[in-house]
Design a protein around this ligand. Structure first.
Ligand code: HEM
Ligand code: PLO
Length: 479
């Protein structure tokens, strides 16, 4: 007798052997836009085969919450992918490691170390503020001419993250900093063109130029970080950890690090440092560049942030973390930037660790689940004119801050971003300081930033030009 048919199956795309549903997927569109389009035809939850992999795509916030929160445990797995396995020595990191007791322990350790540097600690603020001073001076040295802000911003953020992770602070042009910037750029260019939606595991058997470039960049990274790790081991003391590497080394030996077969190895420490570094740089600098691009399109928003800064901080002193509560509109601008252009539009792929269900449909163990945050952040049922940059949507009628339920730029549940508080603090300090000290405008005769974006490992704006002018009292960039 044949098994009973499934109670109700998900709407699915057609498929062929080997290729799966690929012939039905347009190559012109990046996954987040393609899936949004397919959701109009198939409904907000549908399935398809990415090559051999059975994949469910979620395009609405109710089902996203079911997968990430209500059944968060069921869907906390990660698929193994060729490129990310190389990047992380087979998943000895946090983001690309599959769910396991050791991963949980490791994630908790990293989370605690971040908390140490995040809220409530003056350290991060000092690090960011000194980097901001040199960034401002650099941006203002352009003398009103148009230029691409991306290299200076990326360098400033890289510097902050190098200090956080291994206590290095670099001067402009430092050779080691150049090396870090170069290898990171190489990884970004080769790791996942078109997002992390990896399809063909047999890709690695073909000689592949990107794959060998990726390997080269990874070995440069590993050499540098191994040197930092050795230096840290040699100078580790009983006092407070100096940086993330210290915190990880201390966590490795503390009692909380688990039983014999379950402990944090040197590989884990190295991969975590590399990942904190990569995540810290790419996401934060890209988010800043998106927000700047939107401010060029909406000078009235920039003026309103500056008015808020003038009334609540003034020009006599630098901004600091305690100003955060006094600058609600700036907070809305940051949120609106992360809503309209989420840097990670389909998050990182999740997998079902057991047989489970989504919206009453049964889903077998091993299913890949892609949560399309782009669709959720642009859902016209929940957002008025979703394509419009409008920070006021994060304020209620009384002008108080609100967080809509459809806003999840960091994900949610067991796999939520571990860097959220760090990221928010950095975004706040950078944007507040920049807008306090200077105004950004579109250079004469240059077209405004293209807001469409390009999906690499994160969703990035295309290069664009800005002109900057100092605000009164900040002609030199710093005080
Ligand atoms: C994961 C967003 C900054 C470290 C993630 C995920 C998203 C995200 C969407 C995936 C969630 C999922 O798969 O369900 C962002 C945004 C950032 C940001 C929008 C800044 C604007 C950072 C920073 C760090 C960081 C600064 C570290 C220094 C991580 C790690 C994971 C992660 C380690 C993997 C968590 C896991 O798989 O358990 N982030 N992130 N992120 N993020 Fe972030
Ligand atoms: C960025 C390039 C680095 O060299 C390596 C790296 C590590 C962690 C990745 C990050 C890259 C891209 C953004 C990711 C992050 C982990 C979480 C984050 C994917 C590949 C997001 C936005 O999900």
């Amino acid at each position: 007798s044949s098994p009973p048919p499934p109670r109700c199956s998900l709407p699915s795309l057609p498929r062929l052997p080997v290729l799966g549903s690929l012939p039905w997927l347009s190559r012109r569109l990046p996954p987040h836009l393609l899936f949004s389009q397919l959701a109009h035809r198939y409904g907000s939850v549908f399935s398809l085969y990415l090559g051999p992999h059975f994949t469910v795509v979620i395009n609405d916030h109710q089902h996203a919450k079911e997968v990430l929160l209500q059944r968060g445990r069921d869907f906390a797995g990660r698929p193994s992918m060729v490129t990310t396995d190389l990047l992380t020595r087979g998943g000895q990191d946090i983001a690309f490691s599959d769910y396991s007791p050791l991963w949980k322990l490791h994630r908790r350790l990293v989370h605690n170390s971040f908390t140490l540097f995040g809220e409530g600690s003056g350290r991060l603020q000092d690090i960011v503020l000194s980097s901001v001073d040199s960034l401002c001076a650099e941006l203002l040295s352009g003398g009103g001419r148009g230029f691409d802000p991306s290299p200076a911003i990326t360098r400033a953020i890289t510097n902050v993250v190098c200090t956080l992770v291994f206590s290095a602070t670099y001067r402009h042009g430092d050779a080691e900093l150049q090396e870090v910037l170069r290898y990171n750029d190489g990884i970004v260019q080769t790791i996942a063109r078109g997002g992390l939606v990896d399809i063909y595991p047999w890709m690695k058997v073909f000689p592949n130029k990107s794959l060998s470039k990726l390997k080269d960049c990874i070995s440069v990274r590993d050499r540098l970080l191994t040197r930092k790790l050795d230096e840290h081991k040699a100078t580790l003391s009983d006092g407070d950890p100096r940086d993330l590497l210290d915190a990880l080394l201390k966590g490795q030996t503390s009692r909380s690090s688990g039983s014999e077969d379950e402990h944090i190895t040197d590989d884990h420490v190295l991969m975590t440092a590399a990942e904190a570094f990569g995540a810290g740089v790419e996401t934060t600098s890209t988010t800043l560049l998106w927000i700047l691009a939107y401010l060029l399109h909406h000078p009235e928003v920039q003026r309103r942030v500056q008015k808020e800064l003038d009334e609540n901080v003034g020009a006599e002193r630098a901004v600091n973390v305690t100003d955060r509560g006094r600058l609600p509109y700036l907070d809305c601008v940051i949120n609106e930037g992360m809503r309209i252009r989420p840097v990670s539009p389909v998050l990182i792929p999740h997998t079902a660790m057991t047989h489970s269900s989504i919206g009453g449909h049964s889903v077998p163990c091993g299913t890949r689940v892609l949560v399309n945050m782009w669709s959720i952040h642009h859902d016209p049922q929940h957002w008025d004119k979703p394509d419009l940059f409008n920070p006021d949507r994060f304020l209620d009628d009384q002008g108080r801050r609100v967080t809509p339920t459809c806003f999840l730029p960091f994900g949610a549940g067991p796999r939520v971003c571990v860097g959220e508080s760090l990221a928010r603090l950095e975004l706040f300090l950078f944007l507040a300081s920049l807008l306090q000290r200077m105004s950004f405008s579109q250079p004469d005769g240059v077209s405004p930033p293209n807001l469409q974006g390009r999906l690499g490992v994160v969703l990035q704006p295309l290069p664009y030009q800005v002109a900057v002018a100092p605000r009164p009292g900040w002609e030199g960039g710093a005080k």
